[in-house]
Design a protein around this ligand. Structure first.
Ligand code: FAD
Length: 406
């Protein structure tokens, strides 16, 4: 049986950063990363952006080159799935039956793309966008595809729609809610992005229910409740993820929609930490509500905290959340968590394609969405960190730099 001082399960953003941070904190023990994808850790955000568009080759997505891991003596066990965890015996077992022992385990498994379950979900041409393999499959089929139905108007669906529209495809976004980005942003931002997509030739359909995907062997269209059929040779399903926590919960870890961790990223099981998309944590920037964040920031910052804790360095996870999304020539940068806001302030004119939406709860700034407005994003961070209280009229005045309000 092989044995490592620290075993990291999941070779994505969080897993890679945990290994990097352990070595940065002078951790000298044996260290391995085990991941079910065949690749070395790579950046996921470009999958729906520059990788899908063909602007960035895969080699430029690698978080670190192969030599980096070798030099730092990080053993890469790629292409292997952890099927079970034995917290009493301090070991995991892979789907192939290999048992690997650990002194500390970091669970960094992210999530699997949620699949659509309606009739036709299995047809050729139905895709999700979570892994390189997913996107390679999309790209292989693009030359034969003229019309694409994107199911789900969240960030990933909209980013894919933007790229595909630029590639000349006829794209229809199908969203069940009455606006896109409803789960993550306020109405002014949703309406802005809807208008942008329409201006680029994308059809945005909100408040629609997908009944089934039609076709023989391959997708021919998406049927909506009511009978209308949207013709498409490809369906991209972007309806969120399911945290990959099965083995950990079966081993007795507390959790549900994610594995529960404390501010040091410890699970309820001894010597088992968890980080990234798969964790449920009390976030101080969400009023200590238990949330699961899906962002590179959260994966990296939790990874650093877990690594420091293992190294005996005092650390606590309280980072201000941030996120970005690129669509067309628009760069959206988000800071804070807007869920729970009771007021929105639009700062600047969306018609100029450079503006911000500021979110307040009980008079305090809790988040900003900044479109092509790096200055607001940089200066607004402090307002979120300090949960600043300000007159909405002053916040709305784009002539007053936000730093003057800090
Ligand atoms: P992941 O990076 O998903 O890594 C988890 C790894 O563990 C995966 O390789 C998975 O296959 C593997 N794994 C799962 N179960 C097992 C198992 N049992 N055994 C072994 N291995 C396992 N975030 C942003 O902040 N900005 C963006 O613009 C942005 N764009 C995105 C675009 C796309 C298309 C996607 C998919 C995500 C995007 N995200 C973005 C989200 C961001 O990529 C994730 O939040 C981040 O990857 C989370 O890191 P993680 O380490 O928790 O999980």
């Amino acid at each position: 049986m092989s044995r490592y001082d620290v075993l990291i399960v999941g070779a994505g953003h969080g897993g890679a950063q945990a290994a990097i941070a352990l070595r940065q904190n002078k951790f000298q023990g044996s260290l391995a990363l085990i991941g079910d994808e065949p690749e070395l850790p790579y950046e996921r955000p470009p999958l729906s952006k520059e990788y899908l568009s063909g602007e960035k080759p895969f080699e430029r997505l690698l978080i670190r080159p192969a030599a980096f891991w070798k030099e730092r003596q990080v053993t890469m066990l790629t292409g292997r799935t952890v099927a079970s965890v034995d917290p009493g015996g301090c070991c995991v077992t892979t789907a192939d039956g290999e048992t690997i022992a650990y002194r500390a385990l970091i669970w960094a498994t992210g999530g699997k793309a949620r699949r659509i379950t309606c009739d036709g979900h299995h047809l050729a041409g139905v895709h999700t966008v979570r892994t390189r393999a997913d996107v390679d499959a999309v790209m292989r089929e693009l030359p034969e595809t003229g019309q694409v139905a994107v199911i789900g108007g969240g960030f990933i669906g909209l980013e894919a729609a933007a790229v595909l529209a630029k590639l000349g495809k006829h794209v229809t976004v199908l969203e069940a809610q009455d606006r896109v980005l409803a789960r993550v942003a306020g109405e002014p931002l949703s309406r802005f992005f809807e208008a942008e997509h329409r201006a680029h030739g994308v059809t945005i359909r909100t408040a629609v229910q997908v009944e089934c995907i039609e076709g023989g062997k391959r997708v021919a269209g998406v049927r909506l409740a009511g009978g209308e059929v949207i013709a498409a040779q490809m369906a991209i399903v972007g309806i969120g993820i399911e945290p990959a926590v099965g083995p950990l919960l079966e081993a007795g870890a507390r959790g549900g929609n994610g594995v529960l961790v404390d501010a040091q990223c410890r699970t309820s099981l001894p010597d088992i930490y968890a980080i990234g998309d798969c964790t449920l944590h009390a976030n101080p920037h969400a009023g200590d509500r238990m949330i699961r964040l899906e962002s590179v920031q959260n994966a990296n910052d939790q990874a650093t905290v877990a690594a420091q804790t293992i190294c005996g360095v005092e650390a606590s996870y309280d980072a201000v959340p941030w996120f970005w999304s690129n669509q067309y020539d628009l760069k959206l940068q988000t800071v804070g968590i807007s869920a729970g806001h009771d007021q929105t302030v639009v700062r600047g004119d969306p018609a100029t394609r450079s503006f911000s939406v500021i979110y307040l709860a009980a008079g305090r700034v809790i988040a900003l969405d900044c479109v092509n407005s790096v200055r607001d994003y940089v200066q607004g961070r402090r307002l979120v960190a300090e949960a600043a209280r300000h007159d909405p009229a002053r916040l709305a005045d784009a002539e007053t730099p936000l730093k003057e309000l800090v």
